[in-house]
Design a protein around this ligand. Sequence first.
Ligand SMILES: [Mg+2]
Length: 235
Amino acid sequence: MPQEGRRLSGWTVAAVSTSSSGRRHIPLCGKREGCTRDIGHSDDHMNRNFESAVFLDRDGTITRLAGYMTRSGLLEIIPGAAESLVRLAHAGFRCILVTNQSAIGRGLMTVHMLREIHAKLQRLLEAGGARLDAIYDCPVAPGTDAETIVDHPDRKPGPGMLLKAATDLRIDLSRSWMVGDRLSGVLAGVNAGCRSIRVQTGYQYQDPVPNISCDYVTLDSVREAAEYILTESES
Ligand SMILES: [Mg+2]
């Protein structure tokens, strides 16, 4: 049965400091600021109406957990992920990866290494007939381990990557979904105005899962998540 929580009233930014000039800023640990889009540079969306999207976390949602994924050789697609993306795409959903990549901010991986990993991810998905319409990553290393605190607007649970995608690709967030294995992903989706699903193929929480003040659904895997989204979209 899906687990329901209470609705989140808003999101907060932690670690905001005020400089001597009085200007508020958020300290960044990575060399790059904010999120970037890897693929999905087509402008063909400019002539289309707003679309629905399914935002997908990477590790533990469509790929197996492997600690810091710093080599493409560690990539392994979770069974059913490619098939799920195909079904969602056929139903008209854009499939967009949104992934925290603090390994870059921590100096464990370069942007080039991440691009290679995501190029291989696309090849593996395409072998199953699926594709990601865009990939957004946030390289910022967090200033806190608390995954329910927005440490940087673009780092989940911040909604920044989803908001940027919505602007870039004309996405109606109110008709869109976020699927991830961690509460940070769940919150990023809710903070962006989407509906969220937590899958249980990745990060293992102590039982019970910490309560967070927002609505979300917990399902087994991305396969069940896709089924749920498609059913909900028909009703
Ligand atoms: Mg994950």
